[in-house]
Design a protein around this ligand. Structure first.
Ligand code: MTE
Length: 318
């Protein structure tokens, strides 16, 4: 197994390069000999506690998007509408202390402290990410299967869906405090229970071998690689199992444009643009130089997930 050679982080990055490289060496050692603690340079008051285990980096044929692009070309409307807003305007956001409440139709509702989530066995997953806006990235996430967490709270037989809610903090999130009122806050998303239990679905607490930066959804966000990026709700505080389909932020806002399922599908166009191709961010000469590439059904994960939708009309359930 071999670690991908990530594009070098920028000088302004959150971790001094020496610490990053030694952490990568630790991770490489971990790949050879089991899980390893990754002790990084302190960011703010606390040290990076990420622990990584062998991940899905080898054999994917994917090249990670440059770190600088993945952390400076973001959608996080709580901090503003521009792609650079989340990196520039999230400096006052505090991802500590933090808890995630898991409740609803479960036998053992539980509140998880973020440090307990970070202390779980973590693994690295190199996933494609396809935004509904027709751009894409490849991101090495660090996290754990959402299914593992859900099994611990013991879903009841009546649970059919999983609802996710982001934090509501207008004092720290200028977009929530704005007159523009783009979305009904807090941001909300949802999955069918079988989608949430699928082994590709993870809760991410890190990327590129380090703790999740604020702009990418600190301290914990959802990653569902076969769905459009807006399903990947950031800065989660509540996970609730329900019998009925939960409200979701973008579907509330524009139900004709953003479906509940939101499976990546090159055959179903957005009402205002084609979904047949995508622009890989940061590839071959940057934003304007990057050639478009074909979009893949289920974002390239059809073999693993198409069965979840057997017999469904994916045009109607877009
Ligand atoms: N989660 C919250 N809370 N608020 C948001 O605005 N944007 C979504 C998703 N999760 C969003 C969110 C969209 S549209 C995308 S494409 C991804 O986050 C972007 O993730 P990234 O910035 O880490 O690439």
């Amino acid at each position: 197994m071999r670690l991908f050679d990530y594009p070098r982080p920028a000088a302004s990055d959150i971790t001094p390069e020496g610490a990053y490289l030694s952490r990568r060496a630790t991770l490489a050692a971990g790949l050879a000999g089991g899980a390893a603690w990754l002790a990084g340079a302190p960011r703010g008051a606390w040290a990076d506690p990420l622990r990584a285990a062998p991940g899905a980096l080898s054999g994917t044929g994917l090249t990670p998007t440059p770190f600088q692009d993945a952390t400076h070309y973001n959608n996080f409307y709580e901090f503003g509408l521009e792609k650079t807003d989340p990196a520039e305007r999230s400096g006052d956001f505090h991802p500590r202390p933090w808890t995630v409440r898991v409740e609803g139709l479960v036998a053992r509702p539980r509140t998880y402290d973020i440090d307990a989530l970070l202390a779980r066995p973590l693994e690295e997953r190199l996933y494609r990410m396809r935004c509904v806006e027709a751009w894409s990235m490849v991101i090495p996430w660090i996290g754990f299967a959402l299914a593992d967490l859900l099994k611990e709270v013991e879903p009841l037989g009546s649970a059919k869906y999983v609802a996710f809610e982001s934090v509501l903090r207008p004092a720290e999130m200028p977009g929530q405090d704005s007159m523009l009122h783009v979305l009904d806050w807090p941001y909300a998303e949802g999955l069918r229970l079988d989608e949430a239990m699928h082994p590709l679905t993870i809760l991410a607490v890190g990327l590129y071998g380090r703790t999740l930066p604020n702009q990418n959804g600190a301290p914990v966000r959802l990653v569902v690689p076969w769905k459009y990026g807006f399903k990947g709700i950031k800065s989660i505080v509540r996970i609730r199992l329900t019998e009925t389909r939960p409200r979701t932020a973008w579907n509330d806002r524009a139900p004709d444009e953003y479906g509940f399922y939101a499976n990546v599908n090159p055959a179903v166009d957005h009402p205002r643009w084609s979904q047949a191709t995508e622009r890989p961010i940061g590839a071959r000469g940057g934003f304007f130089g990057a050639a478009r590439q074909p979009t893949l059904p289920f974002n390239g994960y059809a073999e693993q997930v198409a069965g979840l939708y057997a017999g469904m009309d994916l045009r109607r359930n877009f």
